[in-house]
Ligand binder design. Structure first.
Ligand SMILES: *Cc1c(COP(=O)(O)O)cnc(C)c1O
Length: 353
């Protein structure tokens, strides 16, 4: 007997967890290599005594802290179990039959999944030859059924961020009835002054939605905390979709402690940015098409040799993230880890000659 399951869900690839390889250097998930920020482990330990209680449903303390930090009213902020969950909730809030969502491709793997679950059709716009968002093509892809245009900046997995001129152009060209969603999961790593902070520059636009996360620069990937800034009406709609008590009390306490360690976060991010510059420049001598990155990873556009390179790295105890037929995303790690990747790449390229 057939079960009453929506047909389109069958198209969603199931998540295949990466192989657990003990002692391998993990450069496949864009985590920061330095451990939790100072004060975070202590905050977690002290919150542990309250786990028999439900957490604060409205996440008041964390939302207030974010509100002060970002200069945004708390009614424009929504927290969730990672920004991936919030992206899903936003698309649910605007989803349903006949709707479309436009985004670049290749970009974040979660977008097609969240779109399909929300009953939205994905319109994918190929990146430019230099692995950036094709802004004019994105604008041209917006049609009468488009409910949102997603801009991933910096773009996961290719690395470039959009410039202020590009984002200005999008906001000017797209009708206010279409949400312009800017996914800034890697905002803290951006060093190019031409690449804007979307909360600062567009936070007050009625159709702007910006996603941020504690998973990357703030070092809390394992606790699942992300947030969203949007117009109060949009924020309220997303809040209705969030599962009650989503962000648990330990995670709320840890996120607050992480915000208190902002200076140390900035110091770590600066180390990552300087390693990124060094690693990208060295990688480019071997693979000239490596694009600039504003994030804590870089892109090796290896095409048909993608899977082969990932296997070669695995053999050397290095876990990287292949996107078959397209390229490999490599997280910036500690200096010696980045050196190991460069050495692996040098051997791979030389063997291919
Ligand atoms: C890592 C990442 C996220 C954030 O994921 P969380 O659910 O907050 O851990 C969001 N968007 C992009 C593009 C990412 O790479």
């Amino acid at each position: 007997m057939t079960k009453p399951i929506r047909d389109e869900l069958r198209q969603i690839p199931l998540y295949v967890p990466g192989k657990a390889i003990p002692d391998a250097v993990k450069l496949s998930s864009n985590e920061v290599p330095y451990g939790p920020l100072p004060g975070v482990a202590e905050a977690i330990a002290s919150a542990a005594g309250d786990v028999h209680r439900y957490p604060d449903l409205a996440v008041v303390a964390l939302r207030d802290a974010l509100s002060r930090r970002l200069g945004v009213d708390a009614d424009r902020l929504v927290t969730g179990t990672g920004s991936v969950a919030l992206i899903g909730h936003l698309l649910q809030a605007i989803g349903g039959p006949g709707g479309e969502v436009v985004y670049s491709w290749r970009s974040f793997e979660a977008y097609p999944i969240a779109a399909t679950v929300a009953g939205l059709r994905s319109v994918r716009v190929p990146n430019t030859a230099d692995h950036r968002h094709d802004v004019e093509a994105l604008i041209a892809a917006v049609g009468p059924d488009t409910r949102a245009l997603i801009v991933c900046s910096p773009n996961n997995p290719t690395g470039p961020a959009v410039t202020a001129a590009e984002l200005d152009r999008i906001f000017e060209a797209v009708d206010e009835s279409v949400l312009v969603v800017v996914d800034e999961a890697y905002r803290e790593f951006v060093t190019d002054p031409d690449c804007p902070d979307a909360v600062e520059r567009y936070g007050d636009r009625p159709n702007a939605v910006v996603f941020r996360t504690f998973s990357k620069a703030w070092g809390l990937a394992g606790l699942r905390v992300g947030y969203m800034v949007a117009a109060p009406e949009v924020a309220e709609a997303v809040r209705r979709c969030v599962i009650p008590f989503a962000v648990n009390g330990v995670a709320q306490a840890a996120a607050l402690a992480a915000l208190d360690a902002e200076g140390e976060m900035r110091r770590r991010v600066a180390l990552v940015a300087s390693e990124r510059k060094r690693t990208v420049m060295a990688a480019r001598e071997l693979v000239p098409e490596v694009p600039d990155s504003e994030a804590n990873f870089f892109w090796l556009p290896l095409g048909d040799r993608t899977v082969e390179f990932a296997a070669h790295c695995e053999g050397l105890g290095l876990l990287v993230r292949p996107f078959a037929g397209d390229g490999v995303r490599v997280t910036i790690g500690l200096p010696e880890e980045n050196d190991a990747v460069l050495e692996a790449l040098r051997r791979f390229v030389e063997a291919g000659r």
